[in-house]
Design a binder for this molecule. Sequence first.
Ligand code: FAD
Length: 596
Amino acid sequence: QDPEDSTTTTAEGVEGGDVASASSLIGSKRTTYVVVGGGTAGLAVATRLSEDPTNIIYVLEAGADGFNNPNIANLSGPSIQALPGSSVDWNYTSLPLQYAAGQTIAMTRGRVLGGSSAVNGALFTRPNRIDLDLWQTAFGAIGWTWNTISAAIKKAEKFSTTPGLPSIPSYHGQSGPICDTQRPLVGEVWNKGVIPAVVACGGKESQDQNGGDPSGIWYAPKAMFQNSTRSYSANSYYLPNAGRSNLHVLTTSTVSRILWSSKKQGGKVVATGVEYINGSTGNKVTLSADRVVLSGGVFGTPQVLELSGVGNPKIMNPLGISTVVDLPAVGENLMEQPTARYIAALAPGLTNSGLQLTLNFETPRTLFTPSEWIIARNLLNTAPPGLSKSAHNALKLMFDSDAVIIEFMGFPNPSNLVFLPILMHPMSRGYSHIVSADARVAPAFDLALLESPFDLYILTKALARARRFAAQSSLTPFLASAPPSADGGAVPAGELAPGASITTDAQLQQFIKQNVGVAYHPLGTAALGSVVDSTLKVKGTSNVFVVDGSIIPIEPSAHPSSIIYGIGEMAATILNSPFSLLSADDTNDSITADDQ
Ligand SMILES: Cc1cc2nc3c(=O)[nH]c(=O)nc-3n(C[C@H](O)[C@H](O)[C@H](O)COP(=O)(O)OP(=O)(O)OC[C@H]3O[C@@H](n4cnc5c(N)ncnc54)[C@H](O)[C@@H]3O)c2cc1C
């Protein structure tokens, strides 16, 4: 399906009759879209747009289709672990972490049809209600609220209940493309060991975490079919609709820049299409379009913007890229949820299925003692560099409303029990920027993990709490050797990490800095309010949009793929709406100092 290799050929005329007619229809009722990146949101928005036969959609994906890769379909632990570092991973590496012992992080991102939804852990969760309401109230994203985004997630979701496990079906979508379900209970470590331990420590059981309050412990669903294979954007949005004559997906096609008209429209630059590199030949090909939709993900989207002259002149100009739109917020506001790790050996003979796990979300009031709460709240007052005033205010509002702040992911690996504390709303902010005008050179990114003392403090308290879970008597029969006491003070004997020698807060902090991990949830580099307006249009442009996780202005208390599918769904509605809606935000198209 690849267009011809030629530096001058446009896609019109290279794929047969229907495509040949596309150019002649531009300017009439038809709208031609180029979607840059066939990932999680990219295939969702492309497929939805293709429901309207007057739309013609091209998806350009840098990776291959991946449909023959058994490790993508299979969600067992060994298959998931085989994906990072393989040919379907961009194999990004972070800059050294200045506040975490100088280590670097291998940041897996899917380079394959389906993007990161093809390589992720497939958890399908929703955040606090306030997390999404703040998109509108704190970041000015008109129309982006819990109500609208969760309705869009429902449109993406087809949830199946699992006998014997609690769930509230009305919280879920029943007829969307992405199938999700809870894994049937295997063994007794969760219901007789982990859940009672969490409850004994003051936690609670949840009936379903998807109604706007995720607090409590529950068996979270995964995006998978009933046979436990992965349901993701490539096989659930795109494949069933691959036969549509107006939907064209080109793989191994890496977009190198947006092409611009020499004339502006209403003072804004106008994209005429994109240039991409054909992976088989290395040739550059141009493709014209009425609208360009960037869905390259948190690193790919700011990269394409900067390669196209949209971003900070100080970053682009030294690389020989002229400024098209001066928009320094591009690539800033990079957020990632840092993790610590608690590991205890399971009793001999016990193993766990890699598919099942529990998520326990806790709020400041359950995580902290009253005096710890005050310390944490005070630490929240000092903003690290890169944190906008809007984001700072949003973080305080989340904390003060006692919205969940930490997730303990309980999972097997397979002879140990792991509690992974994940900090939901980090204060620290990094960046991702190009270092070359060549699209094949990876951007450089700083995750800035633990730059904020607030982030480190919460993780430290969470790691201590994970240790208390393991010390509870309900877990005694399941762990390698009995903990010495259940009073929360002692180190359980089966503990492998952090280990018996690490007991004080200072030691725990040091351990976290040296062993910090990530949730693989980087977001925010083309955020709503600062890079895109409420219609997802890039500021200063008239027809370039961003539809992926980079628009998310603040880390949600969730695994973000469900929200990103929701963004794809909402984007299709916005893009298909009358022009008046798309121009509604233009009056807010200013770039404020706080946004930068
Ligand atoms: C290891 C791992 C585990 C995770 N676990 C979970 C989980 O359990 N639950 C959950 O909800 N989330 C999880 N996530 C996060 C979630 O998968 C991502 O946040 C989400 O899929 C990102 O969607 P996106 O549309 O923003 O980007 P992506 O899905 O990454 O899509 C971007 C696409 O653009 C393509 N692209 C980039 N640049 C170009 C270019 N120049 N030209 C052409 N194509 C380009 C990429 O190849 C990719 O296909 C995990 C992520 C990882 C990596």
